[in-house]
Ligand binder design. Structure first.
Ligand SMILES: Nc1ncnc2c1ncn2[C@@H]1O[C@H](COP(=O)(O)OP(=O)(O)OP(=O)(O)O)[C@@H](O)[C@H]1O
Length: 681
């Protein structure tokens, strides 16, 4: 088909869509040889063309449809003799999630276009059809006989057409019926050729997932049956599994049985990259956090992050990441978040996403964990956690608790430090410039020890790097004594876990943190006792972990390195690195998945209640931030920050979960992981 035809197809898409839908059944025509010819020569061909017929029972006529499969997708061109009218439709290859071929499906499928080709005489065939199919809805014994007599092969094409205004996906099924031959095997061979060609075009369109699938890899799906309303398993079977079937996606479903199950599974599974093409979390943001930290806990974390894109199917209560990803690739979210998110996960494309490395101090220990959504201190963290007791009333709990907290407004004293993101001119960007100005008049940044770490990377270097060469790391892993090391590491982990339980037990479900212990040599490990081996493994593991580029939490942050500093009373400091904190909280509208930025929203003491009310009400639509410079509410794009609360009472959250109250610092690692999207890079 020509470019002209393509243009017309785009123009007339909606016009074609509805007339085609009600058409059922098919009839053949003498052009079958054309298809045969095309099919025979087309094994390596980019294009397949067939002529199909649909019967329009109302008008008692057959309508000819020319179907062309090419790298763009499937063109359907309908020709009628009346008025010389032509309608065209293009089903884009990106909108096709999969296809299947074989015998006629027993269950009536919705929205289908049945078409066929045959060498048989058209009228004779039609009579035979009518005799054999007195009632299309009858699927009893008669149906079985009919099926047995039917030598046709069927190709089912499953598509979800993307439409704008309103943004939505329209479920569409097109069925092509092949009956050129009286031999089912021959018809099936033709249908299979079309099926293979669809997959080939999907692969070539950049869907890396297709390549992984071709290599026999599966998706790993981790489902938390307790997340959200607790109906995750049921929702998965009803809404997600049918889509995965349509998309021909092979998967392993792991139902989590307890907190940390997913983290441990991902961390310890040896053949993770060999077996799986990606990891999908069917849960809330909490389980995604576990999987992220499980990957980061692997010796081969670098390869795991690179090779295993992560996806999320929102079954939780907040679902900030799922909404942020949908927003990023301009995909719909409501009214069917599970369906839309599954479509993203089966699209087979991935986009790099920033991860934030967080350091915490607790008692004498120093912990590192990885976050993907937000860090909160003050108002929003308080509302989030304190309203847990009203969980039974649903999302209304946030609103009710927000009102309560507005009446009894709290402020927290402390210090905040941040490293503003630089614009290309080297100056602090946008709001950061205002922050810089405000901070200049504030107290001096404490002069301190020289930063013994390298200059922090600019976010313009969007790929995270901390070691010169990936391959070196992998080589080293394979050259070491893996068994001995794995033993030592697992012993080490069990000790962490005891600490983890005591550390976070009552207040947090978070357990992903690693002690940054002292270094010890791993040479002569075989002569070391168990404790020494644990220490050695621990030290080696820490060597391999991504290195922070800012001074450690106990060290000062020198103004000379660009750190700004502010001390005072704050209503809230909330840092976000995705657009949405929850599906209905558009917190950082400017944020991009891979921009290397943390959006630090600071609300200082002295803010008026009405201003605060407007802020909270505007969160839903992303209109909460002041358009002009404001002394009380400010958003600063930063690359790193530190909070040092003065008192010992308050709430700090990471990705919506409470952690111990105390000093915390965070630094963004641009594009460290890959998340599943429909757009790709
Ligand atoms: N089988 C299980 N039983 C109890 N808790 C579990 C189980 N599996 C996982 N968890 C824990 O439940 C926590 C919360 O899960 P998740 O985030 O999926 O749901 P949610 O809290 O309802 O959603 P959101 O984070 O969006 O509010 C996770 O941190 C995880 O550790």
């Amino acid at each position: 088909m020509t470019a002209n035809l393509k243009q017309r197809a785009e123009r007339q898409e909606s016009e074609v869509d509805s007339p085609l839908k009600p058409m059922l059944h098919t009839e053949a025509d003498a052009a079958a040889e054309e298809l045969n010819g095309a099919a025979g020569a087309a094994e390596e061909s980019e294009e397949l063309i067939g002529i199909f017929y649909v019967e329009n029972r109302r008008r008692k006529q057959n309508i000819k449809i020319v179907v062309k499969l090419c790298p763009d997708g499937v063109y359907l061109r309908r020709e009628t003799t009346q008025n010389d009218h032509i309608n065209e439709q293009l089903i884009r290859i990106d909108d096709i999630i999969g296809s299947s071929c074989g015998q006629r499906l027993k269950k009536r499928t919705r929205g289908g276009l049945n078409s066929c080709k045959s060498t048989k005489n058209q009228e004779q065939q039609q009579q035979q059809e009518q005799h054999q199919h007195p009632d299309e809805d009858d699927y009893g014994e008669e149906d079985q006989q009919r099926k047995a007599a039917d030598t046709s092969a069927y190709l089912y094409i499953y598509a979800y057409l993307k439409k704008e205004k309103p943004l939505r996906r329209v479920q569409t099924l097109r069925i092509l019926r092949f009956r050129t031959s009286d031999d089912y095997a021959e018809n099936l061979a033709t249908a299979r050729l079309w099926h293979r060609t669809i997959r080939k075009h999907k692969r070539r369109s950049g869907a890396a997932g297709e390549t992984a699938r071709a290599a026999g890899k599966k998706l790993l799906i981790l489902l938390n049956p307790k997340s959200g309303s607790g109906k995750g398993r049921e929702l998965f079977q009803k809404q997600v599994a049918p889509l995965l079937r349509e998309a021909e996606t092979q998967y392993d479903l792991q139902i989590t049985t307890h907190p940390n199950y997913a983290q441990e599974f991902v961390r310890s599974r040896k053949d993770l990259m060999e077996r799986y093409s990606g990891i999908v979390v069917a849960s809330g943001d909490g389980l995604f956090y576990e999987v992220l930290n499980g990957l980061m806990g692997r010796m081969d974390w670098r390869r795991a992050c690179r090779e295993l894109p992560m996806g999320i199917i929102p079954c939780g209560s907040g679902n900030g990441l799922a909404k942020s990803i949908a927003h990023h690739c301009n995909e719909p979210y409501e009214p069917k978040p599970l369906l839309h998110a599954t479509l993203i996960c089966v699209a087979g494309r991935a986009t790099p996403m920033d991860v934030v490395r967080v350091e915490l101090n607790h008692r004498d220990k120093h912990y590192v964990m990885y976050s993907f959504l937000s860090i909160g201190w003050g108002l929003i963290a308080d509302i989030d956690i304190e309203s847990e007791k009203l969980r039974s009333i649903g999302s209304q709990r946030f609103f009710l608790w927000a009102i309560r907290r507005l009446i009894t407004l709290r402020c927290y004293r402390g210090k905040i430090y941040y490293l503003p993101a630089k614009s290309s001119t080297g100056q602090p960007a946008g709001a950061a410039a205002a922050a810089a100005k405000a901070a200049e008049s504030g107290p001096e940044t404490p002069a301190g020890q020289a930063n013994n770490q390298s200059e922090p990377q600019s976010p313009e270097f969007s790929e995270f790097r901390d070691l010169p060469d990936d391959e070196d790391v992998e080589l080293r892993d394979s050259q070491s004594d893996p068994d001995q090391f794995a033993d030592a590491l697992s012993l080490d982990r069990s000790i962490y876990r005891q600490n983890a339980d005591s550390w976070h037990s009552a207040v947090s479900r978070r357990t992903a943190y690693y002690s940054i212990g002292g270094h010890s040599s791993r040479s002569n490990r075989s002569r070391l006792n168990v404790t020494q081996r644990i220490e050695a493994a621990n030290a080696e593991f820490n060597q391999l972990m991504p290195k922070g580029t800012i001074p450690g939490l106990q060290l000062p942050l020198p103004a000379a390195d660009g750190w700004l500093h502010e001390e005072g009373e704050f209503v809230m400091v909330h840092a976000a690195y995705t657009t949405h904190l929850a599906s209905d909280c558009f917190f950082a509208p400017e944020s991009r998945l891979n921009d290397g930025l943390i959006y630090l929203v600071i609300i200082r003491a002295g803010v008026g209640r009405s201003q605060l009310l407007n802020f909270l009400l505007g969160l839903h639509s992303g209109t909460h931030l002041p358009l002009e410079e404001d002394p009380h509410i400010q958003v600063v794009p930063v690359r790193a920050f530190r909070i040092e609360p003065s008192g010992s009472h308050g709430i700090i959250t990471i990705d919506g979960e409470r952690v111990d109250y105390g000093p915390i610092q965070a630094e963004v690692f641009p594009g460290l992981i890959n998340v599943m999207t429909t757009t790709g890079q």
